[in-house]
Design a protein around this ligand. Sequence first.
Ligand SMILES: [Zn+2]
Length: 377
Amino acid sequence: MLLHDYLEQRSLLDHHCHGVVKDDLTWPVFTSMLTEGDTAHAGQELNTPLGLAVRAYCAPLLGLERHSLAGEYWQRRMELGNVESSQLLLNASGVDMYVVDTGYRGSELTSPKELEELARRPVETIVRLEMLAEEIVTHQSAEDFPDAFRAALAQRSQDCIGFKSVIAYRYGLHFDPTPPTDGEVVLACSAWLREIESTGSERVSDPVLLRFFLWQAVRHGKPIQMHIGYGDKDITLYRCDPSQMTAFLRATEDTGATIVLLHCYPYVRQAAILCQVFSHVYMDTSLGVAHSGAGSRSIIRESLEIVPFSRLLYASDAFGIAELYFLGAQLWRIGIDAVLSDMLNSHDISMPDAQALIDDLAWNNAARLYGLERGEA
Ligand SMILES: [Zn+2]
């Protein structure tokens, strides 16, 4: 069997994505989902690597010619409506299980249950640590906050398969690697409560608190996803290089925790090195793949340079529009096909080994890491 056909027939387990926008889309909302920026030149919204990929790969799924123009694509999408367009794209993705981070703009998006109905596939949940803390912070005094957070985490961990930290967004990955004491947490929480009082916003950014959430999650032993690299303008990119948290990885190595580096672009090589030297570290290339369109082939090639093959996972990091779930999968297949076909041609790998590698990346590595029931592909 050709490698291409083998890839087409594999189910994918998307271990990091978000929900789909519930309401009908407008052009500004649709195009805002195609960039991590918040502005695009009018008329130029699809004039990007991702825009080209939408026109090349999504247009035929909606019954259009490959490379149809942006205006034609949008008109067809409106004719079909958001639900039907989403179902066409989700069905074509080959994804058979989704793991959803509900922690960002959750009210605008499908809940895990709603996504399950839309995609007709099982959906598992990740709990975002900062959001959990923001939900409970005003419900007790600062003195009681450490215990309240521990109790809330224990309760939520019953219905989720892992946690996520956005310390990269809120502070940076150069954080102190040691767990803070409860006394330090109480002091930091008092300051946080005063800030909430004066600003009306619960957004937490104190590094003592962010470290506390992380270390509490470490104690639960479930995989902890961490945002790395590429993201919107809230991040300071050079602070999102995963090598900046090497001391934290050293400190957690023998705790039983597993750390999953999400997105990683442009620090794909740094992440792969960390996967090689720390046995509890995993990575994906998610967000950078969809947004780089044809450029994703070199990102996928880089990700496979030195990583132990059992630590690389498939994910789309799709958010809001079904194009991103489909393109994450489609571009991943194309990139894997390109890299492994080269290796097959030069006899660097056998066909059975290439097929086993695809099975691991597409499904088995994530199923094993998160303990998901369907088991191995
Ligand atoms: Zn994400």
